[in-house]
Design a protein around this ligand. Structure first.
Ligand SMILES: Cc1ncc(COP(=O)(O)O)c(C=O)c1O
Length: 398
C-alpha cells in the first residue's frame, strides 16, 4: 500500500497548527482556557495541568498518600493490564501496587478477584478504560465507597467516552486525562487532573505551585516534535518514521522515573483548539469503531471485546483478541501499514521492574491472555472505508 496508517494518532488541522504558531510567537498562554474546557466538559470544580499524564498521576497519588499519611495505608489497586506508566506513577509516589486481574471479555477488572481483595491497607483503586472503552465505573465507585478508599478514574485514553451520559474522568474522586501523542486531544505531551475532592485539590494546588518548568532546550524539542507530528502523521508521510527502526515508535518500555513538571504554556493553544472540536474528533473515531464492530464476528480465531451496558465508547482504537499466536504475529507483521498494532506486550505482573513493588496476588491469567492476544485496529480520521474493509476481510479469513 502507498499509504501507511499510524495505529492511533489524530490529525492536527492546518488552521490549528497555524494558530498555534502565531500564539507561540506572540507568547499567548491558553492554559486557563484549557483547564476551563476540561472542567466544564467533565463537570468538575478543580483542574491541574502537568507536563505529562504520568506526571499528573504521580502528583495525584502523592496527594492521596499525604491524605492517608496517618492511616498506615500505602497500597493502590492497579489493573493488571494497563499502561506501564500507571505502575511507574504508583512507585514514584512511594506507594505499593496491588494488582487485580482483568476480564479478557471486557478489559475491565475481573470482578471476582476484585471482590476478594484485602482492602485493609489500600488507599485507592485506579480504572484503566483502555482504547476509549469505559470500565464498569459505577461498580468501581460503589466498591470504593464501601471499602472507604478513593477511586481514580484514568481517562487518559477515554476522553469524551461516557457511561449513562456521564463523562469518563468524572467518576470517583479524581480523573486523569492525557494530551500525549495519539490521544484524542494532543499537544504531544501534557496531562490533567480533574477533581471535586477538596482535600486532594488543596494538596495538588500546593504541589503545582512548586513545579519546575521544562528547560528551554526541552521546550524547543517539544516544539519540533509538534511540527514532525503534523507533517509525518499523514499516511503518505508516516512510512518514513514508521520504518526508521530507531524512532522508537510504538515501543513500550518501563520508565522507572517519572518527571513531575509544569505543562509548557506554549502548547496550550494547540490542545485548546482540538478540545473545542472534541465531539467531531470522537464522532469520526466512533464511526470507525462501530463499523468494525458491526462487520466483525467473534469466531474460533478472534474474540470481540464486549461493550458494557449504557456505555458510549470513544474508540481511541478498536481492540480485539486473536487467539493463535502465529496468526497474530503474521497479522501484526504483514498489516502494519494498515495501522494494525499490538498494545502493551506484557501484563504488569510480568514486568520485572515492578516486581519489588508488588503486594498480594501475582497470578493474573486474564491480563496475561490479553497481553498475548490483543490486536488494535485504527479508528482515526485518516482511516478510509476501503482500509477498514481490507482489515475486516483479512480478519475474517484468519
Ligand atoms: C491508561 C493510561 N494512563 C496513563 C497514561 C499516561 O499518560 P502520558 O502518556 O500522558 O504520560 C497513559 C498513556 O498513554 C495511559 O494510556
Amino acid at each position: 500500500m502507498m499509504r501507511h496508517l499510524s495505529p492511533t494518532g489524530s490529525p492536527i488541522k492546518f488552521a490549528e497548527l497555524a494558530g498555534w504558531l502565531v500564539n507561540t510567537v506572540t507568547g499567548r498562554n491558553n492554559s486557563e482556557a484549557l483547564l476551563q474546557l476540561a472542567k466544564e466538559l467533565l463537570g468538575v470544580d478543580a483542574g491541574f495541568l502537568f507536563s505529562t499524564g504520568r506526571g499528573a498521576m504521580t502528583a495525584l497519588l502523592t496527594a492521596v498518600k499525604l491524605q492517608n499519611s496517618d492511616s498506615g495505608r500505602d497500597e493502590v489497586v492497579v489493573p493488571a493490564y494497563t499502561c506501564y506508566s500507571v505502575a511507574s506513577s504508583v512507585i514514584n509516589a512511594g506507594l505499593k501496587i496491588r494488582l487485580c486481574d482483568i476480564d479478557p471479555r471486557t478489559l475491565s477488572y475481573d470482578e471476582q478477584q476484585l471482590h476478594q481483595i484485602d482492602f485493609s491497607r489500600v488507599v485507592a483503586i485506579i480504572s484503566a478504560n483502555l482504547y476509549g472503552l469505559p470500565n464498569d465505573l459505577p461498580m468501581l465507585e460503589k466498591l470504593a465507597k464501601t471499602e472507604g478508599v478513593l477511586l481514580i478514574d484514568d481517562a487518559a485514553q477515554s476522553l469524551n467516552a461516557k457511561i449513562d451520559g456521564r463523562y469518563l474522568g468524572s467518576f470517583g474522586d479524581a480523573g486523569i486525562l492525557s494530551l500525549d501523542k495519539g490521544k484524542n486531544v494532543t499537544s504531544i505531551q501534557g496531562g490533567l487532573i480533574v477533581t471535586n475532592h477538596r482535600g486532594l485539590a488543596e494538596s495538588l494546588s500546593q504541589q503545582v505551585g512548586k513545579l519546575d518548568a521544562l528547560s528551554f532546550k526541552r521546550q524547543l524539542i517539544e516544539f519540533i516534535k509538534v511540527l514532525i507530528y503534523y507533517f509525518f502523521l499523514n499516511p503518505y508521510a508516516y512510512k518514513l518514521p514508521a520504518n526508521i527502526s530507531f524512532s522508537g515508535l510504538g515501543e513500550t518500555r518501563f520508565e522507572t522515573d517519572v518527571e513531575v513538571s509544569k505543562y509548557p504554556a506554549f502548547l496550550s493553544s494547540l490542545a485548546t483548539a482540538q478540545f473545542n472540536r472534541i465531539d467531531q474528533i470522537t464522532q469520526s473515531r466512533t464511526r470507525h469503531g462501530f463499523y468494525y464492530d458491526g462487520a466483525l464476528q467473534s469466531n474460533q480465531s478472534i474474540t470481540k471485546i464486549d461493550r458494557l451496558a449504557q456505555t458510549e465508547p470513544a474508540y481511541l482504537r478498536y481492540p480485539l483478541l486473536v487467539h493463535d499466536a502465529d496468526k497474530r504475529s503474521e497479522l501484526l507483521d504483514r498489516f502494519r501499514e494498515y495501522g494494525i498494532s499490538a498494545s502493551y506486550p506484557k501484563s504488569l505482573n510480568c514486568v520485572t521492574e515492578i516486581e519489588a513493588h508488588l503486594v498480594g496476588e501475582r497470578r493474573c491469567p486474564g491480563a496475561e491472555a490479553i497481553a498475548g492476544q490483543i490486536v488494535t485496529l485504527p479508528t482515526h480520521a485518516y482511516v478510509r472505508e476501503s482500509d477498514m474493509n481490507q482489515i475486516i476481510e483479512t480478519l475474517a479469513g484468519l
